[in-house]
Every structure is written in structure tokens, then in C-alpha cells.
Ligand binder design. Sequence first.
Ligand SMILES: *[C@@H]1O[C@H](CO)[C@@H](O)[C@H](O)[C@H]1NC(C)=O
Ligand SMILES: *[C@@H]1O[C@H](CO)[C@@H](O)[C@H](O)[C@H]1NC(C)=O
Ligand SMILES: *[C@@H]1O[C@H](CO)[C@@H](O)[C@H](O)[C@H]1NC(C)=O
Length: 187
Amino acid sequence: MTTSFVLFILLHLCSVQLTVVAMPTCQMLGKVAENALHLLRDLAGPFPIECLQYNANISFPDTAVPESRSSDDQCHQALWALFESLRGAELIFQEYDLPVGTTWDKKKLDNFLNLQNRLVKAGSCLSSVNDSSAISSYFTNVTAVIEDQDSASCGWMAMRRDLLRVMKSTLQRHETCFSWRQVRHLG
Ligand SMILES: *[C@@H]1O[C@H](CO)[C@@H](O)[C@H](O)[C@H]1NC(C)=O
Ligand SMILES: *[C@@H]1O[C@H](CO)[C@@H](O)[C@H](O)[C@H]1NC(C)=O
Ligand SMILES: *[C@@H]1O[C@H](CO)[C@@H](O)[C@H](O)[C@H]1NC(C)=O
């Protein structure tokens, strides 16, 4: 780890603290989510056909993200689904290494993980939505596929695909639920 990287992390942590203190309500920054989405999209190729066989094991509960925004409750539900998904993915990134031979772009991945962490921190003030067991069972399945050496790389690609979908649908359908003020340090 270089000194500047450590400094970056420290600055980053401080800015998260300041952000939390300064925010009157629980907010997710749209720009951070958008940049995280672009990094995750660009860090690897398309979903491999040979991984389709694991769709039976790994299928994201799409109903976790409400179809449209008609109430504050749906905003809350959408942001909560995004938060739960990013937090579940973050735990997997912390717990497991990508399989040997994975060609994900290291720099984009590091930047993505920084933004993911920032979003998870920001979302941790959301009060829980009672119907979140579907997402935890999703991550239980992802973990099983990632733990199995034969299917590990498909498990990672499936998680990336689903994370992209959650981020995209939350940003598209629930754009107004995010805060769009200017942010720095986007990584
Ligand atoms: C969530 O909580 C509300 C009120 O506490 C309840 O009416 C509803 O059935 C719950 N939904 C689920 C999916 O558990
Ligand atoms: C988890 O896996 C089981 C069996 O492999 C499957 O029936 C279930 O639908 C999966 N659940 C999710 C959320 O992927
Ligand atoms: C996928 O699900 C099938 C059926 O439930 C199960 O037999 C298999 O072990 C699962 N594969 C992995 C890698 O978890």
C-alpha cells in the first residue's frame, strides 16, 4: 500500500464521517452510485454463456426493487434493496478472493470497492425493510456457488451481473430517491 493510497483512504473515511454528520436525513449519493455502476460494468466482459447453468442456483429477487416510485415507502424499499445488495457483495469481496486467472481490471475493481464501501456506509442509516430475507437468501446461494471451485468464476460473474441490474434499476426507476448534490473523490 502506498502512502498516497493510505492518505486517500483516511481522507475518504473523514469525508464519510463529515457527510453523515452534515446530512439531516439518510441519503445515498446518486453520482457515487452512477460511478460505481460504470466501474463495475467496465471492469470485465459480458456474462459467459457457460455460466447460464447456475441461473437456477443464483436468481436475484427482482421484486426487491419496487417497479415504480409512488411513495416514500417505495423509495425507502428501493434504497434498502440497493444497500442490502451492496453490503452482501462487500462481505463476499472481503471474505473470498477472485479465482486465479480472473481478468477483472484491478484498478477499476479497487475504485469500485471504494465507492461500494462509501454507499454501504451511507446506507447503513436506513431503517430495515421487513421483507429483506429474499436478498439474504440470494447471497447464501451466491456464497455456495463461489465456494465451489468448479463454479466460483461463474458465481462471481453472476453476482456482478445481478449487482449491475440492481444498481441500474434503482438509479433508473428511483432516480429521485437519491441525493444529486455535487461530490468529490469519485475514484
Ligand atoms: C411488513 O410489516 C408490515 C407492518 O409491520 C406488515 O403489515 C407486512 O405484512 C410486513 N411484510 C412482510 C413481507 O413481512
Ligand atoms: C437458492 O438455491 C435454491 C436451490 O439451489 C433455489 O431453489 C432457490 O431459488 C435459490 N434462491 C435464490 C434467491 O437464488
Ligand atoms: C446448484 O443447485 C443444485 C440444485 O439445487 C445443487 O445440486 C448444486 O449443488 C448447486 N450448485 C452449487 C455450485 O451450489
